[in-house]
Design a protein around this ligand. Structure first.
Ligand SMILES: [Zn+2]
Length: 424
């Protein structure tokens, strides 16, 4: 009986293994790459601690191990503001938590000292009255606190508060929902006065703020895209799989943004796709490009689109995979004009195979690495699994290996695999 049971178990294991190999996707490998990329070793794949470049070196090895024919690196430079020193803040003497209660606007300089807080009256707002108030001696050297979207709607007034010589305020506090987010997209310059992002609860009614924050501006910092190639049967056209491997790095000395969903998930997906096609030779050449500098405003993909290793017109289709570490049964997509014929095929495949409940196509936007290709008329699709359980942690310190979801990996893998088989 024991032997029979063991045999049955063995057969079951072998059958499961065989079906996994036939399907091509390898979720264990996928998880391993996400776990590694989101570990402390890579410090949120930013710039101040070289995390992105270290992750890029790891990916070169991963692609080689996956069995691809060639791995190239494509260096490019960027200017980027970073926060890797002191990162402390107190509200009326109460210590706030970096990354939870507060973070920094990406283009903020550092800030050191204790400051009175001036709370903007958003219910009866009058810009002239605010500036008259701020001219009073008791408000000199204050931090002006206001809800972020309100400042966005009154841009002219609030941008004056960011410039030296316009007003006597020391800086600004923007409030935004908890947990606080952190960005890098506009980090290629530094403004005159500091801006702190703080949760509304943390600053409500607060009279004084002490902040000790260091920034470091990196000029001409060199990073690189990683390009892996699997040779197909034909070389006159190619398919391209892209995913960004950089993320937003550090907030102070201790905190790093792991970016397991954004975008260790997409990077891991293209590594396993490369492995699949290295084993099952595709009809056309295939390129797997892990971009750097995406969260710093699509820098790596824009550089590549201007300096492609094969002419862009040879791309039959490009698949940009960003943040698929989630579990929404409806898959979000964006498609370039030239990619619309292909999108019908995606829909046909999905209706037949039920990989996702449906595909939801949104308006094309400059929100990920497909965009520089879409504007250069490349047929392309952006696949992002938005608004599942992991999405709430987008650009927060909670986007980690613990909160990432693995549900969307197999359906995305199968969708693009079937597409490559059927697209003419
Ligand atoms: Zn991002």
């Amino acid at each position: 009986m024991i032997v029979n049971a063991m045999n049955r178990t063995l057969i079951t294991i072998l059958l499961v293994l065989a079906s996994m190999m036939a399907a091509g996707q390898d979720i264990a490998h996928y998880k391993r790459v996400i776990k590694t990329l989101s570990s402390a070793k890579y410090q949120g794949r930013g710039y101040a601690k070289d995390g992105a470049n270290k992750a890029g070196k790891f990916l070169q090895k991963e692609f080689m191990k996956a069995g691809v024919d060639v791995v190239l690196v494509q260096p490019f430079k960027l200017d980027i503001n970073t926060f890797c020193g002191q990162m402390e803040m107190w509200a009326d003497g109460r210590k706030l938590r970096a990354g939870v209660d507060f973070s920094m606007r990406e283009y903020s300089p550092g800030i050191h000292g204790t400051f009175p807080v001036y709370h903007v009256d958003t219910l009866n707002f009058d810009a002239d009255r605010m500036f008259a108030d701020l001219a009073k001696p008791e408000n000199a050297n204050c931090l002006v606190a206001c809800e972020f979207w309100f400042t966005y709607r009154h841009k002219a007034a609030f941008s004056r508060l960011q410039k030296a010589g316009e007003c006597t305020n020391a800086g600004l506090i923007y409030t935004w929902e908890s947990p606080i987010k952190f960005f890098k997209a506009y980090g290629h310059y530094v403004i005159d006065k500091p801006i702190l992002w703080v949760t509304p609860e943390a600053i409500d009614g607060v009279k004084n703020v002490r902040a000790e924050v260091d920034n470091k501006f990196l000029k001409d910092y060199e990073c690189f895209n990683v390009i892996a190639k699997v040779e197909g049967q034909r070389h006159d056209s190619c398919y391209v799989f892209t995913a960004h491997y950089d993320h937003i790095g550090n907030l102070g000395r201790k905190i790093f943004y792991a970016g397991a969903n954004d975008n260790a998930s997409g990077t891991a997906a293209i590594v396993t796709l490369a492995e699949h096609y290295a084993k099952h030779r595709p009809p056309y050449d295939m390129y797997f490009i892990a971009f750097s500098g995406e969260d710093a405003n699509l820098r790596g993909s824009t550089w590549y689109a201007d300096h492609p290793v094969v002419p862009l017109r040879q791309i039959k289709y490009l698949f940009n995979i960003d943040m698929i570490g989630d579990n929404n049964p409806v898959q979000y997509c964006e498609v370039s004009d030239e990619g619309m014929r292909g999108f019908s095929l995606f829909e046909q495949i999905n209706e037949r195979e039920h990989y996702f409940r449906s595909l939801h196509r949104g308006e094309l936007a400059a929100n990920s690495d497909h965009y520089p290709f879409a504007t250069r008329h490349v047929p392309c699709i952006f696949l992002e699994n938005e608004k599942g359980d992991a999405f709430q942690y987008y650009h927060t310190i909670f986007d980690t290996y613990k909160t990432v979801r693995f549900d969307s990996y197999e359906p995305v893998f199968r969708l693009v695999r079937d597409f490559v088989e059927q697209y003419r």
